[in-house]
Design a protein around this ligand. Sequence first.
Ligand SMILES: N[C@@H](CCC(=O)N[C@@H](CS)C(=O)NCC(=O)O)C(=O)O
Length: 248
Amino acid sequence: MTPPLLLHLPYSPWSERARWALDARAVAHKRRTYQPLLGEPELRVRLRRWTGPVSVPVLLTDDKAIADSDEIARWADQRGSGSTLFPDEHAAAIDHWIRRSQEGLAAGRAVSLIRVLASPEACVELTPPWMRKLGPVARAVGRSGVARTRKKYSGDARADAEHQKTLEGVLDELRTALGPSPTTLLGTFTYADICAAQVLCFVKLPDRKYLRLGKASAEAVGDPELATRYRDVVEWRDALYAKYRERS
Ligand SMILES: N[C@@H](CCC(=O)N[C@@H](CS)C(=O)NCC(=O)O)C(=O)O
């Protein structure tokens, strides 16, 4: 059996959901960085999907392509070793946090890409390395790539204030669920923690070793005002990474 290949974005919290689950279950795999737009034709061939949006992470296994972070996590959980990320008794709560995380991430992406669009340096950082030397061309390509991503994921389908409200709603719910001395959401480390932790990317990015972004884009993706307001929740995320990501 050849090891599965994960097509991913090193800076994306959706890819991080899959990476963390594969690592937590010690599932041997290879990784390849996906190049938005340029990599799309190959991705469509791999997925045999000729129309509609395609995204990463995608896990290419011997017998199928798995094109969703949550499905990759479940696939990983059926293999590998260590404690399950999906204990039966927490199935409903994990499903709830998967959904809330996807809602928070979508809203966070919509508002944070507005900040990225306003930063020429951040737009350049999001282009492939060979393009960055091209100055204004790289800025224009980066900017149109970011605008395209925001539109592709329906960022302009709702007002910015609505996205902001959704993001803060998820953060408030997370703070309440964690309680006064938080370790994990459900009393044991599960995929709910991995998903909930990702929403904090749009508040303050975790250490660069977990999510790789350039300096300007990292600044633009985070929200300093929310980082102050939700400092306790950011601290929970950082402690979770230190304890459970390091080990895996
Ligand atoms: N349902 C997907 C959503 C993944 C997703 O939103 N991926 C984005 C991350 S920014 C992506 O692939 N962006 C690059 C592109 O669309 O070309 C999952 O959770 O796996």
